[in-house]
Design a protein around this ligand. Sequence first.
Ligand code: ADP
Ligand code: MG
Length: 342
Amino acid sequence: MSKKTISLLLTGIIFLTSCGKPAYDKEPQNKSFFAMDTYMSITAYGKNAETALNQAEKKVSELENLWSVTKENSEIYKINHNNGENVSVSPETAELIDFSLEISEITGGALDCSIYPVLTEWGFTTNDYKIPTDEKLSELLEYTDYRKIRFDGENVQIPENMQIDLGAVGKGYTGDIVTEILKENGIESALLDLGGNIQTVGTKPDGTEWKIGLRSPFNEGSFATLEISDCAVITSGGYERYFTGDDGETYWHILDPKTGKPAHSGLISVTVIGSEGRLCDAFSTSLFVMGIEKATELWKKRDDFEMVLVTEDGKIYLTQGIENKFSLNQIYGNLHTEVIYR
Ligand code: ADP
Ligand code: MG
């Protein structure tokens, strides 16, 4: 479990309870479970909440069985162990691969699902950490290239020695699918915490916005609060999964596919806010790799996300669209905060 998840669970930085009087006649229903290597917790309000949550949990388990890199019956496992042969995949897996490849294109390869063997070499998949040699990294980087993935919309084929993992996008897409299930069941108010990925349906039942705490990269607790509704808030941070090498350096789990080493773009945390969970998830990982300038360039070109960036030297940058929804927590009031305008 990532440090972020533990912190979310322990410090309760999501303020689920409404501050005023209970304006809703129904108690919320909650379902918490372990899936996709993390804790998930979904809270929903409304008549069909219980049914909806049961359906949601079942769906998450089905998706995990499709996308797990370690379960031998998963579609991703089959793709990774098929000696360069074609594998036909379900529509959901096809959609996820298609989306992941699209974001790889948009981000100039900052997101690359074929980075998996390099992550394994660093020990990030097993927690048995080590610093790979430069020779080993360049050997593995020969097979790291999303452009070599053949995909026709139904069939996937990757070169021998390549392995893919859609972990950087999968939870966000799962959140979108769960959101859909909740809405189909008539749920108008819900909060999903999929291992620290926050997605909301509607507002809180009393009509006010959800208050989401943004985890501080430097300390326990949150440095800021966002008031939002009907959207996803997804963070990638260098503090989530890392180790300290014998050389005293910190090595974290977000890698730059160009070097095979932990991305050092100057950012320590990237939060992406938008209506699509999969987009926020994919961008939170890739903008972390790209750094503030390229992230800003991308933001200026699009209108489907906002972001909060924290630099390694403790400065905060947020985009115009969430300026009014963002408040710095009091004890962090002295941090340099700057709004990025279009
Ligand atoms: P988390 O899964 O911890 O919530 P992210 O969504 O940022 O965080 O995804 C990070 C995960 O994605 C890493 O644990 C690793 O498996 C994988 N990953 C790391 N760097 C990259 C990259 N450049 N492109 C694609 N996947 C990556
Ligand atoms: Mg991500």
